[in-house]
Each structure stands twice: as C-alpha cells, then as structure tokens.
Design a protein around this ligand. Structure first.
Ligand code: ZN
Length: 115
C-alpha cells in the first residue's frame, strides 16, 4: 500500500480506536483493591482477579496465596483457571481477536485504496 491516502489512514485509525474502545468497555470491579480471602492482605486487582470477578467470584486471593494454591493443586484439576492466570494468555487472546477484526478491515481499505 504505497498510495495511502488520508481517507485510508482515517479509516484504519477509526477501526483501531473502535477495537480498543470495544475491549475497553469490559466490566471492571468498582474497587481497585481487594482483601485476600486467605491471608487478609490488601492487594490491587490483577487481570486474574478481575477475570474471577467477571466470572461472579466474590472471594479473591493475592498473588502469593494464588501461587501456593496452584502448587497445592494438580494442574489438570484447574486447567480452566490456568488459561487466564497469566498475562500471556490474555494478550494472546487479545491479539487473535484484534487480528480477526483488523484483517478484514485492512482488506477492505486496501481494496478501497486500489479500486
Ligand atoms: Zn493472600
């Protein structure tokens, strides 16, 4: 795409902003901090606890207790928890979603630019 017109750049920018605002609308807990249900330490919410909050959980565990919990449970018993326990899992999911939305948009804009 060597003849990028301002219109095409605007369309790409709008698509990117739309994608990010779509993902930015995900629900967040009202409080930024939570009290660990195990050791009562006050910690800031992490992507893991926010995910648990969205799933309807009312008890949250700090990273230390969560790590201990993971070590004391066999991996196959909580494979669904492992799926969203790390940043890598979340960003991978996010990347795939962005790709699925961005690719068709890029095809449309490329077609529009050359038509
Ligand atoms: Zn704790």
């Amino acid at each position: 795409m060597d003849n990028l017109s301002p219109e095409v750049i605007v369309v790409i920018a709008v698509v990117v902003v739309a994608v990010f605002s779509f993902f930015g609308r995900k629900r967040q807990p009202k409080e930024r901090m939570f009290k660990c249900s195990r050791c009562s330490a006050v910690s800031a919410h992490t992507p893991r606890t926010i995910e648990a909050w969205r799933a309807g959980k009312t008890k949250f565990f700090c990273n230390t207790c969560h790590g201990q919990w993971l070590r004391s449970h066999p991996p196959q018993a909580h494979s669904d928890r492992l799926a969203y326990s790390g940043r890598a899992g979340n960003s991978g999911c996010f990347g795939v979603a962005v790709l699925f939305i961005l690719l068709p948009a890029l095809f449309v804009t490329a077609w529009w630019a050359y038509a």
